[in-house]
Write a protein that binds this ligand. Structure first.
Ligand code: PMP
Length: 360
């Protein structure tokens, strides 16, 4: 259809075609207003309905109660690496380090207070997640920070680490909305939009309201969660168009059966790929060493050598499979198969892999 290729990009990433089409229909004049959403005041009645609708639909999808605030911020997940400790760290915090993004979060937190590395698999090149019994958690920590899905290393938590009464903070940039989670287990979740929710430019923050009390008035205004919450994301001009598209994605998810249905499809999709690799006599080798830790979103694997990997990526690109190159820091292959990625594309990739193996 319409020259669409199989887009395995890790992010910005594939969006649902239905959403793109709806945005296209509304692009020049949004529902008879005579203007595009991107030309509209963020304080207009029409836009107010768009952002409130996105908030409401997200709350429906994740069953978020009134004791949580939802913010649509900017600065990427990267700004959250700073905002989290600036607002929430009272002396010390625990960080579970499972990859490059967690390390970046630690780097910023260290500027604010004492960081306890509560667990890490760095010595094993992040090829698995630290087990619960390996964690050295501090019951006095301000919070525990972890990354639910490691976009580069291809590991993913299937259940949250258990952290007792300490608030749990999650960077869910690359797997938010891949399944239903119990939001009440979290003090805060944040995620950049550009993998599972929409285009880049907006960062979603879901935060337990009682944590807002920690934000000090001495903080710079934009960096203060309490200010954003009091102003319902409208302290300054938010990323209006990105939020509109996120709202369309939320509606698309609801229309397609919600997060339980999405999860079922995600398990199926990743299963097609991992099952084939496991039966490939080691020709295709997942980089993750513990099966339960394999990501349903970013499937990372190696071929017998780098030469073959290069050849595979080049041949795949010729056949309309884009974005399969692993992160520049680790090499190999990475197939990112977020919510919007079609099952048939995963099946097509497996066919390509079979063909490549037989010829090489
Ligand atoms: N955390 C994770 C898990 C990520 O995958 C990424 C980006 N790929 C980031 C944080 C950084 O996000 P951003 O580029 O939106 O700042």
């Amino acid at each position: 259809m319409e020259n669409r290729i199989y887009n395995f990009s890790a992010g910005p990433a594939i969006m649902p075609v239905e959403v793109l089409k709806e945005a296209q229909e509304d692009f020049i004049s949004y529902k008879g207003t005579g203007m595009s959403v991107m030309e509209m005041s963020h304080r207009s009645k029409t836009y107010d309905a768009i952002i409130k609708g996105a908030d409401k639909d997200l709350r429906t999808l994740l069953n978020i109660g009134d004791d949580y605030t939802v913010l649509f911020l900017q600065g990427g997940a990267t700004l959250q690496f700073s905002m989290v400790p600036l607002n929430l760290m009272q002396g010390k915090a625990d960080y579970i380090v499972t990859g490059a993004w967690a390390k970046k979060a630690v780097k910023e937190a260290k500027r604010v207070g004492t960081v306890n590395i509560a667990g890490t698999s760095e010595s094993e090149n992040f090829a698995r997640l630290p087990k619960q019994e390996e964690l050295k958690l501090d019951p006095e920590a301000s919070y525990v920070h972890y990354t639910s899905n490691n976009t580069i290393f291809g590991t993913q938590y299937k259940t949250e680490p258990e952290v007792g009464n300490v608030p749990l903070i999650c960077d869910a940039s690359s797997d938010i909305l891949y399944k239903k989670i119990d939001i009440n287990k979290y003090g805060m979740i944040y995620a950049g939009a550009q993998k599972n929710m929409g285009p880049s430019g907006c960062t979603l923050v879901i935060m337990k309201k009682d944590l807002l009390l920690r934000s000090q008035d001495t903080l710079h205004t934009y960096l203060n969660y309490k200010i954003h919450a009091e102003n319902e994301t409208m302290y300054n001009t938010p990323a209006t168009y990105a939020i509109y598209l996120m709202g369309l994605v939320f509606k698309w998810l609801i229309k397609n059966g919600g997060l339980d249905a999405m999860y079922k499809t995600n398990v199926e999709k990743a299963g097609i790929l991992y099952d084939y690799m496991d039966s490939s006599d080691g020709y295709y080798k997942p980089t993750v060493t513990v099966k339960e830790d394999r990501s349903l979103m970013n499937v990372t694997y190696r071929l017998p050598n780098e030469e073959l990997e290069k050849k595979f990526i080049a041949e795949a690109a010729e056949k309309g499979f884009s974005g399969l190159k692993g992160h520049r820091s680790v090499g190999g292959i990475r197939a990112s198969i977020y919510n919007a990625f079609p099952t048939q594309g995963v099946a097509a990739l497996v066919e390509l892999m079979k063909d490549f193996k037989s010829k090489n």
